[in-house]
Write a protein that binds this ligand. Structure first.
Ligand code: ADP
Ligand code: MG
Length: 376
């Protein structure tokens, strides 16, 4: 570790430079030992770093992209290390010990997959998406690893041994992240072809989606058309890199960041909770609370179909076009309503998916504790 020459960045007193990679530097923050400052570099690389150029403005575009993507993931309830952006080229994250694996998800076959599996045509669609893992090892060109190799490596990070449970959680989480972002990009008529993410373990032993997710992390084809690609592949494909080529790459990255800014769709749906009388309020407030947890807008109304049928029908007419469903438990009511809205709102869809995933993680944890607790 080297003592940083920078001491204060965006009001944060920096400690040691923990690590420096191809595209960013990671610093300790003196006031917050569980957090780090991640500073992006104006540098673009490909081929495990064999090809590299200075690309002025890239650090800012990358920070903007990563921040927006992680804000989406955080907002739907996925656990990530991202905390907040602090200036144009830096953000704060939970300090992690990183799992040295690249978790790749593919919807369409392209790139290295075609070289590894001759005969598969470009654009072959994987349903469900294909998942692959690569050991982060530039010197050996990031070899593909089977899950047995990851488990056998016995990584121990912040006290957590990466065993089968942890690999299962990371694999499912990788798919969740892909599907959430695929839906988000589909709303902009963009095909998320494939992407890679990394995980870290924080000081509490939590598995978090970590590192960055930016134009270096995925292939994006507007309207599903490879010729319109907006990702780093444009740079990878260049044999002789001119200033004008670099400018094209930068404009593409900028376009991606801007598209992300306009991603969130307006939530148009509304869950109307009709109460027969004010005495139903306590029960109906529970439904309202469950809706709120899913970020689904809701509204309570008092109307009795028995005592004032016409009035109830008038209220229904106000909300015409919304489906109706009969359920008993408050959380089931909220989830049923959210499922209807999820058909047209990808963020609600993502929250429901994340809820199911987080339940899966809780069960895995409980199972591990039961398994490893000796008989009293
Ligand atoms: N939240 C975090 N806590 C600690 N280290 C991190 C965090 N996020 C990313 N890193 C690490 O920062 C290092 C620098 O990133 P990068 O420049 O992309 O390196 P590389 O060239 O190894 O991919 C990587 O080793 C990455 O794993
Ligand atoms: Mg990296």
């Amino acid at each position: 570790m080297t003592r940083s020459s920078l001491s204060i960045v965006a009001g944060y007193a920096l400690g040691n430079l923990i690590t420096e990679g191809k595209t960013k530097k990671v610093y300790e923050i003196l006031q917050s030992p569980d957090e780090v400052l991640i500073i992006s570099k104006d540098r673009i690389t490909a081929g495990d770093g064999t090809k590299a150029h200075v690309l002025e403005g890239k650090a800012a575009i990358s920070t903007q992209t990563t921040s927006k993507v992680f804000e989406i993931l955080n907002s739907v309830g996925i656990k990530t290390s991202f905390i907040k952006v602090v200036n144009e080229t830096a953000f704060i994250a939970r300090k992690c010990e990183m799992v040295p694996i690249e978790w790749v998800t593919r919807r369409l076959a392209t790139g290295s997959f075609l070289r590894r599996y001759p005969g598969v045509p470009e654009g072959y669609k994987f349903n469900p998406p294909l998942q692959e893992t690569f050991f982060k090892d530039d010197a050996n060109h990031d070899p593909q690893w089977a899950q047995e190799q990851i488990i056998s490596a016995g990584f121990n990070l912040n006290g957590v041994t990466i065993a089968k449970d942890e690999v299962d959680i990371m694999r499912r989480c990788t798919l969740l992240v892909f599907e959430v972002l695929e839906k988000a990009w589909a709303s902009q008529d963009c095909c998320l072809v494939d992407m890679k993410i990394e995980f870290g373990i924080d000081s509490k032993g939590e598995i978090l989606v970590s590192d960055v997710i930016d134009s270096d992390s995925w292939r994006l084809w507007p309207s599903g058309d490879k010729k319109l690609m907006k990702d780093k592949q444009v740079y990878r494909n260049l044999s002789n890199v001119t200033l004008s080529d670099l400018d094209t790459v930068k404009r593409n990255f900028k376009w991606v960041a801007e598209q992300l800014e306009s991603l969130t769709p307006p939530t148009t749906g509304l869950v109307v909770i009709l109460m027969g009388s004010p005495s139903d309020e306590e029960h109906c407030r529970k439904i309202e609370k469950e809706c709120h947890k899913l970020n689904v807008p809701s509204q309570l109304r008092v109307t009795s179909a028995h005592k004032g049928t016409e009035d109830t029908l008038n209220i229904l007419a106000e909300y015409e076009g919304l489906g109706c469903t009969t359920v008993i438990h408050p959380s089931a009511a909220a989830i049923a309503a959210a499922q209807i809205l999820a058909l047209s709102d990808h963020l609600i869809w993502s929250r429901l998916r994340t809820l199911a995933f987080n339940n899966y993680v809780s069960l895995k944890r409980a199972d591990k504790i039961i398994r490893t607790t000796p008989m009293q």
